[in-house]
Design a binder for this molecule. Structure first.
Ligand code: AMP
Length: 249
């Protein structure tokens, strides 16, 4: 069984994001980039399924600049067998990405596509759902548990106030939530081995897809600075401030 894992290169989650002076977007110059954390969880889940003997091949795919090869190498160091880069320096948005992924699904015919539930840069939470719609595959989003069975997958989903389990016929689309697993670190020998694994580079034109952005970003702003808090000496003082200063009780 083949699994496709789409991964996105994003700003490392430890980095404090800087907004460009003209508010046109986020400044990516000299910023540490990494694999989107939810995509790491997707790779980990695919690797665990391979270790269980359910999956025979894991293909990682990324749509983005040449430098996204770094994240594909990381995915291969974690256990993906090969990868595909759809190289573009243009701004990519979920619909365009989902179209490119559909073209790759048509070529590769995976039984399962595991994506992150969202990319932490734009917080779109759209690509998996759009891919499911474009391909006609069933979807299990926000997965906190994935169980493969003969010809189907059971996905436990984290929903408000509880868990929901859905059963999907393969081929299917699954998106990962935070509690699905804890991704492993790549070992040095595996990082070395990953350098020799196949990495295929394609262009959007090779796939015959139009990835023109449909949404215009008007303005990006940093959140307003939070005001410093006040230390109170006693519960009485706190109650007094809440009553007479904040006027909330
Ligand atoms: P989003 O819909 O942008 O929040 O992203 C959700 C998931 O879609 C990510 O966690 C990835 O698995 C996948 N994805 C988004 N953008 C890309 C990209 N440029 N290349 C590959 N996969 C992507």
């Amino acid at each position: 069984m083949k699994v496709l894992v789409p991964i996105k290169r994003v700003i490392d989650y430890n980095v404090k994001v800087r907004v460009k002076a003209d508010n046109s977007g986020v400044d990516l110059a000299n910023v540490k980039m990494a694999m989107n954390p939810f995509c790491e969880i997707a790779v980990e889940e695919a690797v665990r399924l391979k270790e269980k003997g359910v999956v025979s091949e894991i293909v990682a795919v990324s749509i983005g600049p040449k430098a996204a090869q770094e994240q594909l190498r990381t995915a291969m160091a974690l256990g993906a067998d090969r990868s595909i880069l759809v190289e573009t320096d243009e701004d990519v948005q979920p619909l365009g990405i989902a179209k490119a992924l559909k073209a790759i699904v048509d070529e590769e015919k995976p039984e399962l596509v595991i994506l992150g539930k969202q990319a932490i840069d734009d917080d779109n939470n759209q690509t998996g759902q759009m891919l499911a719609a474009l391909t006609g595959m069933p979807q299990g989003t926000f997965a906190s548990e994935v169980n493969m069975e003969e010809g189907k997958v059971k996905v436990t989903r984290e929903i408000d106030g509880g868990l929901q389990t859905v059963e999907l016929k393969l081929p299917a689309v699954v998106t990962t939530d935070l509690r699905l697993n804890e991704p492993r670190y790549a070992s040095l020998p595996n990082i070395m081995k990953a350098k020799k694994k196949p990495l295929d580079v394609k262009s959007p034109a090779d796939l015959g897809v139009d990835m023109t952005p449909r949404v215009t970003i008007e303005k990006v702003e940093t959140p307003a600075e939070r005001k410093a808090g006040v230390m109170v000496g006693s519960v009485d003082e706190l109650v007094d401030k809440l009553k007479n200063e904040a006027k909330v009780i």
